[in-house]
Design a protein around this ligand. Structure first.
Ligand SMILES: NC(=O)c1ccc[n+]([C@@H]2O[C@H](COP(=O)([O-])OP(=O)(O)OC[C@H]3O[C@@H](n4cnc5c(N)ncnc54)[C@H](OP(=O)(O)O)[C@@H]3O)[C@@H](O)[C@H]2O)c1
Length: 276
């Protein structure tokens, strides 16, 4: 079985990718910032599935972090057969609410790291004539929602273009666009999920199953779940500005009244939305 390198495995979708790939008996390179959590996860996956799980502690918002992962991906002695660029995060608030430094950090993790890691992996994969890259975007790629949506739109465009350029090389690339998934994503950003209807939520393990199924079918774009396929299909008929409004209502920052949850230090505003 091949080795898979997954970024952002300490929570959510990345943890679900690691579980599924370990169950399929792939050796793993687990990447995130929290070294203790990574080491616990590696031991657990090794004990449960008998696979080799290696830890690579890296902050993908830094040059050193990206470089460390690039080096591992380009190592011809230890080829990586599947790269999953999954690490990501949301920011609270509208344009001009978040410091520009945070927006730049997002572009670094969502775009620069994805570009550099895909390049490092795909180069080695092309020489071997086989391999695959999954870049985790979002349905927010199709909705005008600030830097988050723009960064995910870049992921989709970049991945589909690179997939076309590498067609026939044995290297497959696919952008994965989930809708709302139950993970730590919203809580980490301090975003309330109270206004998101139950039917919109997806399960992380099912998203991963759908993604790997679509990769196996040779797709370059995966939108898990029929509900979201329909929504995105319908969105082509709806003005983009109206879609931004819908997405804005589907999640607001935690308000000061909500006990037991992080409280925003600014009053709730209608457009403090969950970007997916
Ligand atoms: N949840 C949703 O509704 C949803 C919907 C569509 C798309 N997505 C996308 O799915 C991906 C995974 O999100 P999730 O929902 O699973 O979020 P999550 O539960 O918050 O997990 C995020 C993971 O990314 C890692 N990470 C964050 N910043 C990092 C950095 N600078 N360097 C390295 N690792 C970093 C975190 O690990 P450490 O903190 O240990 O570094 C964590 O393992 C993201 O790209 C997100 O945009 C999520």
């Amino acid at each position: 079985m091949t080795t898979a390198l997954v970024t952002g495995t300490t929570a959510g979708l990345g943890a679900a990718f690691a579980r599924r790939l370990a169950r399929d008996r792939h050796d793993l390179v687990l990447v995130a910032r929290d070294g203790d959590a990574l080491r616990r996860q590696a031991a657990e996956l090794h004990d449960r599935h008998g696979i080799e799980a290696t830890v690579l502690v890296a902050d993908l918002a830094t040059d050193e972090g990206i470089e460390a992962v690039e080096r591992r991906l380009a190592d011809p002695e230890r080829p990586v057969g599947l790269l999953v660029n999954n690490a990501g995060f949301a920011l609270r608030g509208k344009f001009l609410d978040a410091p520009v430094a945070d927006e730049l950090r997002m572009l670094r993790v969502h775009c620069e790291a994805v570009l550099r890691l895909t390049t490092a992996a795909a180069g080695t994969m092309r020489r071997r004539g086989r391999g695959a890259v999954i870049n985790v975007a979002s349905v927010a790629a199709f909705v005008p929602r600030g830097t988050y949506g723009a960064s995910k739109a870049w992921v989709v465009q970049f991945t589909e273009g690179a997939a076309r350029d590498l067609a026939g090389s044995g290297v497959r690339l696919m952008a994965l666009c989930p809708g709302f998934v139950r993970t730590e994503f919203h809580e980490r950003a301090g975003l309330s999920t109270d206004d998101i209807p139950g039917w919109m939520w997806l399960d992380a393990d099912r998203v991963v199953d759908a993604a790997l199924r679509d990769l196996g079918r040779g797709r370059s774009l995966s939108i898990p779940d029929a509900r979201y396929k329909t929504l995105i299909g319908a969105s082509k008929l709806v003005p983009r500005a109206a879609l931004g409004g819908v997405s804005a209502r589907a999640g607001r920052r935690y308000g000061p009244k909500r006990a037991g949850r992080p409280s925003g230090d600014a009053p709730e505003r209608p457009n403090d939305s969950d970007p997916l």
